[in-house]
Every structure is written in C-alpha cells, then in structure tokens.
Write a protein that binds this ligand. Structure first.
Ligand SMILES: [Zn+2]
Length: 88
C-alpha cells in the first residue's frame, strides 16, 4: 500500500484482488471510525467511488442531511415537514 497526495487529498494506492476486494488502510479506518465488521457504503460520485462508514439516510428520500430518528426510522427534516402538512 502506497501513500499519495492528489488534488490536495491524502490517499492510498492499492490493488484489487481476484474477488474484487480492496484493503482500506488501518490508519484510514481509524480516522473514519470504521471498526472490523462495520457496514460501509460505496457511492458513485463524479470523481469515482466514495467509500465511507454506512450512514442510514431518510427512509423516504435517502438524504443524510438533517435526519433524526423517529419511531426507530431515520427521517429528514424536509420529509417530516411534508408529512406534517398532510395531516393539516
Ligand atoms: Zn427525506
């Protein structure tokens, strides 16, 4: 595993094995609070693949911004406001 700095971002260069697995360096796992057995998510972004600790999003729209737990489900502020308008 080789450390790199690209476009102002610290990173690593590694190889994908036969099963498509990659190793996230322990320093990065530590920095991003990713423990063994942790669920991660891989998202397609403009620059490539974003790998991060899984953050459950809003159960309706998937947003991870302004979310709160309600009756055991994540819901964002925007969807909560829409729902509250239905009952008016
Ligand atoms: Zn939502």
């Amino acid at each position: 595993m080789k450390n790199i700095k690209k476009n102002g971002h610290m990173g690593h260069i590694g190889k994908v094995d036969k099963l498509g697995r990659v190793v996230i360096p322990s320093s990065m796992r530590k920095n991003y609070d990713i423990d063994n057995g942790e669920t991660i998510e891989m998202l397609s972004v403009d620059e490539g693949i974003l790998i991060r600790k899984y953050q459950p999003g809003c159960m309706f729209c998937g947003s991870i911004e302004d979310t709160a737990l309600f009756e055991g489900h994540m819901i964002c502020k925007s969807c909560a406001e829409k729902i509250s308008k239905i009952s008016e």
